[in-house]
Design a binder for this molecule. Structure first.
Ligand SMILES: *Cc1c(COP(=O)(O)O)cnc(C)c1O
Length: 392
């Protein structure tokens, strides 16, 4: 179906941070399948583990115990504040599970008949009906009304507005089941969360036994230089969702929860494909390799270098670049109003052999594989500079 505005580019092969199109042209990949290909393309270890898993077992069903799934859940729990994990196949689906969990909590714990979930403006939580309703951007709702009921929105990082909305919703007693937030808004324009705002939200949620759920689909699994984005904020959620980077390119999603909010009972939620041995082998390999290759400190170092190089680029193009923001290897170059738009810069970069992705009309997003090296970063920023000069 005609659901995508696609570039006329056909990529046929990849190795590490490089992609090759059908004409043999090479591109430095600063998209990574939109924050998915954590270990780069065609990683030898991931390839080997997945081939071995295919020879052993690909799929059974959640009717039976799946050791790879239990191991991956344990690996996530050991590295996070969560105790238990539900597996599915995508980010939207992980957020659907979180939304169901939130409503269950609203009914069972807070005794609410019609529970509300509060989410942020300019957020992104996926395209299924409840996830897109949670997404605080009217453009994604348009044409699909009526939306799912029970969502209210507030401006991201705005403590005063959040408190006002919470007070208004709870004026006549408990109404709010959960607050769902990205630690850093990715699609919305690479906007990092403000620790003071998140601390206050945590406090208000604790006072009322409201669930605080983080959507870690884009920033989680090492992209920020820590395992989870919430570590950048110093605030723990009650539950969080994962997908994109977790499988290194194999579809997988997850809802991770603390024991205290492990509320879903057998029969209340399920997924046919979710947590199958193949996808979980991918997730396990990604986590093991991040550790073995010490990619968390690597991402911190590469993130700092990239930040430095982008600051230099901004200094040499002050009329085009308004600012640079982000964490680790998720960075946004904010373009000035009146100059070239993000899609124009992305197109020009492609002509220079660099793949980038917009985050809205004014932000160019840089989300390379976590295995990117310093020489690649230099090439990346050089090509981005040439792209800016083409359209500037
Ligand atoms: C991409 C994304 C989603 C949706 O993930 P899908 O796998 O496309 O359903 C949800 N939340 C965030 C923060 C994302 O970046």
């Amino acid at each position: 179906m005609n659901t995508y505005g696609r570039f006329p580019l056909e990529l046929v092969r990849g190795k590490g941070v490089w992609l090759t199109d059908r004409d043999g042209r090479r591109y430095l990949d600063a998209v990574a399948g939109i924050a998915v290909c954590t270990l780069g393309h065609s990683d030898p270890v991931l390839r080997r583990r997945l081939c071995r898993q295919l020879r052993k077992l690909q799929h059974v069903s959640n009717l039976y115990r799946i050791p790879e799934q239990e191991q991956l859940a344990a690996a996530i729990a050991a590295r996070s504040c969560a105790d238990r994990v539900f597996f599915c196949n995508s980010g939207a689906e992980a957020n659907e599970a979180a939304i169901k969990l939130a409503r269950k909590h609203g009914h069972d714990v807070r005794g609410i008949e019609r529970p509300l979930i509060l989410t942020a403006e300019s957020s992104f939580h996926g395209r299924t009906l409840a996830a897109v309703t949670a997404t605080g951007q009217p453009k994604y709702h348009q044409g699909f009304e009526p939306m799912v009921e029970g969502f209210r929105y507030f401006p991201y990082n705005d403590t005063v507005a959040f408190e006002a909305l919470l007070k208004q919703c709870e004026a006549e007693g408990p109404r709010v089941a959960a607050v769902l937030l990205e630690p850093l808004q990715g699609e919305g324009g690479v906007i990092p969360g403000d620790p003071a705002f998140f601390r206050r939200v945590r406090q208000l949620c604790d006072e009322r036994r409201i669930l605080l759920i983080f959507d870690e689909v884009q920033i989680g699994v090492g992209r920020s230089g820590r395992w989870w984005g919430y570590e950048q904020l110093g605030v723990e959620p009650d539950a969080f969702t994962l997908a994109k980077g977790l499988g290194g390119g194999i579809p997988i999603g997850a809802l991770a929860v603390k024991d205290a909010v492990d509320l879903l009972r057998p029969g209340e939620h399920a997924s046919t494909f979710g947590g199958n041995p193949f996808a979980c082998r991918a997730g396990l390999t990604v986590i093991e390799e991040i550790e073995k290759r010490q990619l968390l400190p690597h991402v911190q170092r590469m993130g700092e270098r990239l930040e430095h190089l982008l600051a230099e680029l901004q200094a040499s193009h002050p009329t085009l670049i308004e600012g640079v923001r982000g964490w680790g290897l998720l960075r946004g170059v904010v373009l000035r109003e009146g100059g070239p738009t993000a899609p124009q810069v992305v197109q020009a970069a492609m002509d220079e052999g660099l793949l980038l992705v917009p985050a809205g009309t004014r932000v160019v997003r840089i989300v390379p594989p976590l295995v990117i090296r310093p020489r690649h970063l230099r090439t990346l920023v050089k090509r981005l500079g040439r792209a800016l000069e083409r359209v500037g």
